[in-house]
Design a protein around this ligand. Structure first.
Ligand code: NAP
Length: 521
């Protein structure tokens, strides 16, 4: 597929204003062909003006029009499935077959959000009719609906170059909410970003929407991201990446004259607790399954289980041996970027310096950015004294923590930072300890999984992909799943309105046949 390398601002191909860059093939450490344009504050301004101009018409599209638009994006993505996956594979080192699956997931998300839009529940329509006879004071007619916040800036993630990137869940949920989008492409996969952006741009055109509904910018260094967060027409930001980057952008947004919400998803080690009866009964298969899931995406997944806590007792040795075996057999595989590879090595060294022992490692790296998998072990006592041992090391490594008893297990749980997920492996006899752990984990995680591992591909109405800081900057929201749309919405109340002036969804007789609460019922 021919790439131009241009920025896509509305309907326009915009050439470089700040030089160009090339994509790196991390598997070969060779630069790929195309020159990709880099832009700056001027291009952000151009995109923001367009996004603002498009907002009123786009946010007032009918629900069926908007749903059809989202479905077209899904169709357009599927139409480029192979070239998109092929390009993403070259730019990330991830297997093409896996990336084809990611295209499917991205398309499915757009279709799922089309259904959410059609059903209209996200509008949270509420009508509290006037009570003119009420004493001592009559009540006015109150009607509420949710509207989109305005143009939003979305930072594409590096680790899932499609389903968390240009055509990822952030873009799907923002467009579903009625927000216009400026996407900051991740420089690790510029070609895959262009292909996705064109699929969205084509749907904007085919549906006769204002060109400013979607733009994609790219820049070098922090300047372009900062310009986006600072731009007065941008009304919210989403980000997936490092805690350092996420918090820099979050703080910047709070220092604007008009602070705006920034929804960052940053870091999580997804602790897994294996309780005594489960350890005795199923230690080996749990250890094997844990490492299998840890290795997904070369350990570069937000839900990667990285910390396994086991209480000393029967089954511990079988668990350890199964983990050692699986890690020892794992081939070294290409990591996403030289920077992520370097951070991985640095993170492993920090764990070892803090007292963790390497008990297994996978086959050696054959190429510059191959990540060699590693299994480390440490006592619960040591973990409790060294905060660095519970920091994320993004890559194919895991830490086995052996604790002395239930009390130390609970102490380790209490010592953990906010997480995206926690997992409990348990049998019937483990329920009393599980009941003690549960409130500790509820306060620290967005999801708790029993006798399985959280799966990043599951996108449902009840999915929560969020959690207390530092997993995210706002634990009230999820970044994956159907309720992620709520990040981009705010309520507006209409009081004393004549029928003809009310939004259609709030008129008497419910012309759109949408779910509404009336007087709280
Ligand atoms: P990153 O360095 O945080 O960058 C993410 C995006 O934000 C990039 O587009 C980057 O732009 C931009 N950015 C970062 N800091 C910025 C700042 N101060 N001002 C303006 N823009 C900024 O993340 P990454 O490159 O994807 O990976 C680095 C590390 O992030 C990994 O090693 C890992 O620890 C973590 N990570 C975690 C997850 C997770 O799911 N938990 C996912 C991905 C990454 P530029 O590229 O142009 O600098």
């Amino acid at each position: 597929m021919k790439l131009t390398g241009n920025l896509l601002i509305g309907a326009h191909d915009v050439p470089a204003s700040e030089g160009t860059m090339k994509a790196l093939n991390p598997a070969t450490n060779q630069w790929l062909d195309t020159d990709f344009a880099l832009g700056g504050a001027a291009q952000v301004h151009q995109a923001a003006i367009l996004a603002d101009e498009a907002f009123d018409s786009y946010s007032h599209t009918s629900l069926s029009q908007r749903a059809a638009f989202l479905e077209s994006i899904a169709d357009n993505l599927e139409a480029v499935r192979s070239p998109l996956a092929e390009r993403a594979a070259l730019e990330t080192g991830l297997p093409q077959a896996q990336l084809e699956g990611e295209v499917g997931r991205a398309a499915t998300q757009f279709r799922q959000f089309a259904q959410v839009v059609r059903k209209g529940r996200f509008l949270q329509l509420a009508i509290d009719p006037a009570q003119p006879e009420r004493q001592p004071r009559p009540r006015m007619d109150h009607r509420l609906q949710k509207i989109a916040l305005g143009p939003v800036a979305i930072f594409g993630a590096s680790n899932f170059p499609i389903s968390y990137s240009v055509a990822g869940g952030d873009t799907a949920s923002a467009l579903a909410a009625g927000a216009t989008v400026i996407l900051k492409a991740h420089n690790a996969h510029p070609g895959a970003s262009e292909i996705q952006a064109r699929a969205i741009q084509k749907a904007v055109h085919d549906h006769g929407l204002h060109e400013g509904v979607f733009s994609m910018v790219r820049g070098s260094g922090n300047a372009i991201g900062e310009a986006l967060v600072d731009h007065p027409l941008i009304k919210a930001v989403t980000f997936t990446g490092s805690e350092h980057g996420g918090m820099a952008l979050y703080r910047r947004a709070q220092q604007r004259p008009d602070p705006i919400p920034v929804f960052t998803e940053m870091t999580s080690i997804n602790p897994t607790f294996i309780l005594p009866a489960a350890l005795a009964e199923r230690g080996a298969p749990i250890g094997d399954g844990f490492i299998e899931r840890m290795l997904v995406n070369v350990g570069q997944a937000c839900l990667r289980p990285a910390l396994l806590i086991a209480i000393e007792g029967p089954g511990l040795q079988a668990l350890r041996e199964a983990m050692v075996k699986r890690v020892s057999e794992a081939p070294a595989r290409t990591m996403l970027t030289p920077g992520i590879h370097a951070s991985y090595l640095k993170g492993l060294a920090a764990l070892e310096a803090a007292g963790a022992h390497r008990i297994a490692q996978g086959s050696s790296a054959r190429a510059d950015f191959d990540g060699q998998s590693a299994l480390l072990e440490v006592s619960g006592h040591r973990l409790l004294g060294e905060a660095v041992l519970s920091q994320e090391v993004f890559g194919p490594s895991a830490l086995l923590v052996t604790v002395e008893d239930d009390a130390q297990c609970l102490a380790v749980a209490r010592s953990l930072n906010g997480q995206l997920s926690a997992t409990l492996h348990l049998e019937e006899q483990d329920l009393p300890l599980a009941r003690r752990l549960l409130p500790v984990l509820e306060r620290r995680t967005g999801r708790i999984v029993v006798n399985a591992f959280a799966h990043p591909q599951e996108v449902t109405h009840a999915t929560v992909h969020g959690g207390p800081f530092p997993a995210t900057s706002d634990s009230r929201f999820t970044s994956v799943g159907m309720t992620s749309i709520e990040r981009f919405l705010r309520p507006v109340a209409y009081q004393g309105f004549p029928q003809a002036l009310l939004p259609e969804a709030l008129r008497d007789f419910n012309p759109l046949q949408l779910p509404r609460s009336v007087d709280g019922q």
